[in-house]
Design a protein around this ligand. Structure first.
Ligand SMILES: [Zn+2]
Ligand SMILES: [Zn+2]
Length: 365
């Protein structure tokens, strides 16, 4: 039955995936490769150093300034087209910059991008028409039906608006932290979240790679604390925008240097450790926007004098990589795992005989 559904989805989506690859990705890719010769020229220059140190603070400041300007102009709701435009702007800036100063040249290979584009639109459609109404309905239910008064005066509206944004970022991330940690530590939850970790490269766009059902549960869960907190709508809007910028940097292939920001935000460097294949390093740095909860709850991992490896992903060789395959992966997870493992039963007397994938299974993934 599952096999038949997977085949049907492959039949439906593969032609579309090929179309996107041929007519959207290839022309864009051809343009981007024109930056490659420059990337060797800027190696070791002061210009590169300036970019490495300045890009993060510039983008973060710009997001806050533009966000509050938009609020002044009356925009407080994120729309479908607004999100698409925002991603296009990010794309036109991040994609060439990643080729100019890449962290890993291996990650410039864009064989996964088509699938990510499909996942973005699929996730966006699902998010706007299913997750968001469910979240709003939950908030309305909690606020109107269950507790109209609760949380009325909790939010410190007298604080400077920028501080309110950072406060909301931290509060929001407290719930995100525990949900994310649960998805890594519980095998049933990992089935869904492994879709996000299936990426073999990190770049500005693949933060959107996730299974829609993962978002469904989290939207519902986060709606409850949101309903109680009652932060002003402008603060929620700017916090959301800032979260988008943090998300692009978190997965970027830019060779940026953040310094102290690595200890405050979920940054490219600490998130690269989170995407490692081995669970000793991967089960760390769960923060989505900030990293303070990891520091507090003992899951922060950022060894000094070391660089995160660019060999990342799910340690199961048979893990799918097409849109349809990824949609079905949580349902087929046991089969994928079984087929990925060494078919020869390992000699239990010799721990070296157990494959990396086998170790993950024994560790509960
Ligand atoms: Zn994760
Ligand atoms: Zn990630």
């Amino acid at each position: 039955m599952l096999k038949a559904i997977t085949n049907l989805l492959e039949w439906l989506f593969t032609p579309f995936e090929n179309f996107v690859r041929k007519y959207i990705l290839y022309p864009f890719h051809w343009l981007l490769t024109k930056v490659d010769p420059l990337s060797y020229k800027v190696e070791g220059t002061l210009f590169k150093k300036i970019l490495q140190y300045s890009l993060y603070p510039i983008f973060m400041t710009l997001t806050i300034v533009i966000g509050f300007e938009m609020v002044e102009g009356g925009y407080t709701v994120r729309t479908f087209f607004g999100t698409i435009i925002m991603f296009l702007i990010f794309g036109f800036i991040f994609a060439p910059l990643e080729r100019l100063i890449p962290y890993s040249r291996k990650w410039l290979n864009d064989s996964e991008t088509t699938t990510d584009i499909m996942l973005f639109f699929g996730g966006k459609f699902w998010g706007d028409y299913i997750n968001a109404p469910l979240k709003l309905a939950t908030i309305a239910l909690v606020v109107q039906e269950i507790s109209p008064e609760i949380g009325q005066d909790i939010w410190p509206t007298s604080l400077h608006p920028v501080l309110q944004v950072f406060l909301l970022l931290c509060v929001k991330d407290f719930f995100r932290y525990w949900y994310h940690r649960w998805m890594h530590e519980n095998e049933f939850m990992w089935r869904w979240h492994s879709v996000h970790h299936s990426s073999k490269r990190l770049y500005w766009f693949n933060g959107t790679r996730s299974h829609p059902l993962e978002g469904l549960v989290s939207s519902f869960l986060w709606a409850i604390p949101f309903a109680f907190i009652k932060a002003p709508v402008e603060i929620v809007f700017v916090t959301g925008l800032l979260g988008r910028t943090i998300g692009r940097f978190q997965h970027t292939n830019l060779d940026v240097i953040l310094g102290p920001f690595d200890y405050i935000f979920s940054s490219p460097k600490n998130h690269r450790y989170h995407h490692q294949k081995n669970i000793e390093e991967g089960n760390s740095n769960y923060g989505g926007d900030v990293i303070i909860w990891d520091l507090l709850f003992g899951t922060f991992y950022l060894p000094k004098g070391k660089k995160p490896s660019d060999d990342i992903g799910v340690d199961l060789p048979n893990y799918p990589n097409t849109f349809a395959g990824l949609m079905m992966a949580p349902f087929n997870y046991h089969k994928i795992k079984r087929e990925s493992l060494n078919p020869e039963p390992p000699d239990v007397a010799d721990p070296e005989a157990i494959s990396e994938a086998g170790k993950q299974v024994l560790a509960g993934k």
